[in-house]
Design a protein around this ligand. Structure first.
Ligand SMILES: [Zn+2]
Length: 345
């Protein structure tokens, strides 16, 4: 949702020159003399290729808990692929179908590079190769064995590649569509300040292969929790994005309570909490979170916005993700209400 790109670091001219040469080698056919060209900051962010390689390494080293697949789709000659990593600590005495399912997506907007760093850090932490601030992962084993987590580290790979090639402000996909406006709930409605460079919803709901892939993934996985992670603010949003209200009933109460607890305990009360539409300052139509809640009937659907103040601070928000897992036992009520996995915890 939000807006994030790095400002130039104070690195030396030599660094920028080398960075320029490096970019030159990965940029195909772009006009590098264009005045708006700005180098991708390799001091702050890894390339998509590096992130994919690191994740593959984790999967190879931890086959007991991680596996990965690549989902592909195309529309009118435009191709997209989405890497999906599954965390599941399989044990013979625990029935996988009874596990709690969480779907996390990062990098839906190309320029929000930091979110994919967070995905990599989360997977590294769940593999116990990296620690999480203030969290002892081994103490969570009992809970971690009861969840299946699917992580999409770079939902908008084509858009991200455009950013890596120098279009640092690009948030849309590889052909200019905002993937968080391409879902069917209230699709295509335009506010007075509509800007196609930011919010182009596409030619129809699900016109974009990336959105088709995410819909297919959510249908087959049928998650209990959905979180799409964006950057530019410190916020924990719940439905709705397209109107200035939250849903009725117990679901709302439970989601709000959970977000307030996570905010207090893990975000030092800095985060905005509430409906996306009511809190972010504008209404968003055709978003993933509204679709997950309204159509897919995901009991808890969220949009997290991580900090714009720097990579290190944002990485600590891995603890927000883990907090989500820690707070699961509080929500037995809602699962029971919806007839899902009652008594799991
Ligand atoms: Zn965003």
């Amino acid at each position: 949702m939000g807006f994030f790109f790095s400002s130039s670091s104070s690195s030396s001219f030599v660094f920028f020159f080398l960075a320029f040469l490096q970019l030159f080698s990965i940029v195909n056919g772009r006009n590098l003399t264009h005045s708006s060209f700005t180098p991708f900051n390799h001091d702050l962010y890894h390339s998509s290729r590096f992130i994919a390689k690191e994740i593959k390494g984790l999967v190879v080293r931890h086959p007991d808990r991680l596996r990965m697949e690549t989902m592909r789709a195309q529309n009118k000659g435009y191709n997209a692929e989405v890497l999906v990593v599954t965390y599941n600590r399989a044990r013979k005495d625990v029935n996988d179908s009874s596990k709690f399912r969480i779907l996390l997506s990062f990098g839906q907007h190309g320029r929000e590079l930091i979110t994919s760093e967070l995905a990599l850090r989360l997977l590294s932490s769940l593999s116990e190769e990296k620690s999480i601030p203030n969290v002892d992962l081994s103490s969570l084993n009992n809970i971690l064995e009861k969840i299946v987590l699917k992580v999409v580290p770079m939902e908008n790979l084509n858009g991200r590649k455009r950013v890596e090639a120098g279009d640092l402000c690009e948030r849309r996909n590889g052909r200019g569509v905002d993937l968080n406006r391409n879902w069917s709930v209230d699709w295509g409605k335009k506010e007075k300040d509509y800007d196609p460079h930011e919010e182009n919803p596409g030619t129809a709901p699900f016109s974009e292969p990336e959105t088709q892939i995410m819909r297919k993934l959510s249908k087959s996985f049928d998650p209990h929790i959905w979180v799409t992670v964006h950057s530019g603010m410190e916020a924990l949003f719940m439905p709705y994005d397209h109107k200035n209200t939250t849903p009725d009933g117990l679901a709302t109460h439970v989601m709000k309570s959970m977000l307030n607890d996570v905010n207090r305990l893990h975000c030092k009360d800095r985060c905005l909490v509430g409906s996306g539409g009511g809190s972010v300052g504008y209404l968003a139509h055709g978003t993933a979170t509204d679709y997950m809640y309204d159509v897919m009937k995901v009991p808890m659907a969220f949009t997290f916005e991580v900090s714009k103040t720097g990579l290190l601070i944002a990485l600590t928000q891995v603890s927000c993700m883990v907090a989500l897992i820690l707070f699961l036992p509080l929500f037995a009520d809602i699962w029971g209400q919806r007839g899902i996995n009652e008594g799991l915890f």
